[in-house]
Design a protein around this ligand. Structure first.
Ligand code: GAL
Length: 316
């Protein structure tokens, strides 16, 4: 049985410091959960924490900062990691970082949303890589996949082992879904364009073997303010997806999806944990942002829902 940290509060790491892992993602690797997410302090972009139990989180490093090493590769990208202005260095925006491990290249590959720090019009994907899960990542640059705008994003590996990157495109009106190349370093096909004109963002996929369905959670597009979450279901990543249906209450319990973690319990069952941000807002308020984790429940027809719990207990 695990009792998660209290929902809607500032979660602390094992040193007693607030966890800065917003808009993040958890990767399971060799017995650890690695939690990557946004850290907006000083020159930091992404921090990483690790845990064996999802309760105590050890800070492992600032894995992407303005000082990160940059290195180009075969895809033409923009390697700029900060702006030089008359007042000195100005950060760009790197949001919603997600990380997968690539078995072929033995690299941890991060994809995120890049904006130039001056305006919000670049709408690019960006990539960074590392040989270890919690080392200093090398920045490989930003680009627009097939020229598309690319904002809120996620990564996901399907049952066939293919990896996908999905991101809000066309000024957030649609969600573009791309299959990745085998090395996860580029998109190799746009396999779907979902929710035309519905302005869904904060995408989070998971697969549920019980009914062999893929699920996609998303929020509506209202900046830092929470709104009604929705879920959609499909038989495959490139197939037909159901019309988004209500998930949670009208503010999704004041949260916005960051990712879903399938958690294997000791009894062999899987809990699908909805990880979300309760944003404090922009600027300094960002630092009062907290997290929500709720077990996803399913109705007999497969519909997904969540109920609020403050101190969530996962029974084995
Ligand atoms: C949200 C988005 C967040 C952040 C915020 C800034 O819509 O999901 O990741 O970009 O806007 O306003």
């Amino acid at each position: 049985m695990i009792t998660l940290q209290k929902n809607g509060t500032l979660w602390l790491d094992t040193d007693g410091n607030p966890i800065h892992a917003h808009g993040g993602h958890i990767l399971q690797h060799e017995g650890y959960y690695y939690w990557y997410g946004e850290d907006r302090r000083e020159n930091i972009y992404v921090s990483v924490y690790r845990s064996r139990d999802l309760v105590s989180w050890e800070f492992r490093g600032h894995c992407l900062t303005t000082e990160s090493k940059t290195e180009s590769y075969r895809v033409r990208t923009d390697l700029k990691l900060y702006q030089k202005t008359d007042d000195g260095i100005r950060k760009v925006n790197i949001e919603r970082p997600k990380v997968l491990y690539n078995e072929k290249t033995k690299l941890f590959v991060m994809w995120a949303h890049y904006e130039n720090g001056l305006d919000y019009h670049d709408a690019r994907a960006c990539i960074a890589t590392c040989e270890t899960p919690d080392g200093a990542f090398t920045y490989r640059g930003s680009f627009n996949p097939y020229g598309n705008m690319s904002r809120d994003c996620t990564l996901f590996v399907d049952e066939a082992g293919d990896a996908y990157f999905a991101s809000a495109s066309r000024d957030n009106a649609d969600l573009a879904v791309y299959r990745l190349t085998e090395d996860y370093m580029n998109v190799d096909a746009q396999v779907n364009t979902l929710f035309q004109g519905e302005f869904r963002e904060a995408p989070a996929y998971f697969y549920r073997p019980e009914n062999q369905k893929y699920y996609l959670l998303s929020s509506y597009c209202t900046g830092w303010n929470p709104n009604q979450g929705k879920f959609s279901v499909s038989d495959s990543m490139d197939g037909r997806w159901s019309i988004p249906d209500l998930f949670g209450d009208e503010t999704t319990y004041r949260s916005q999806p960051s990712f879903v973690l399938p958690y294997k319990k000791a009894n062999g069952e899987t809990e699908y944990l909805y990880f979300a941000d309760r944003w404090g807002g922009g600027g300094e308020l960002y630092f009062t942002s907290s997290y929500i984790v709720l077990p996803i429940r399913f109705r007999d027809n497969g519909d997904a829902y969540i109920d609020w719990c403050e101190n969530c207990v996962i029974e084995d």
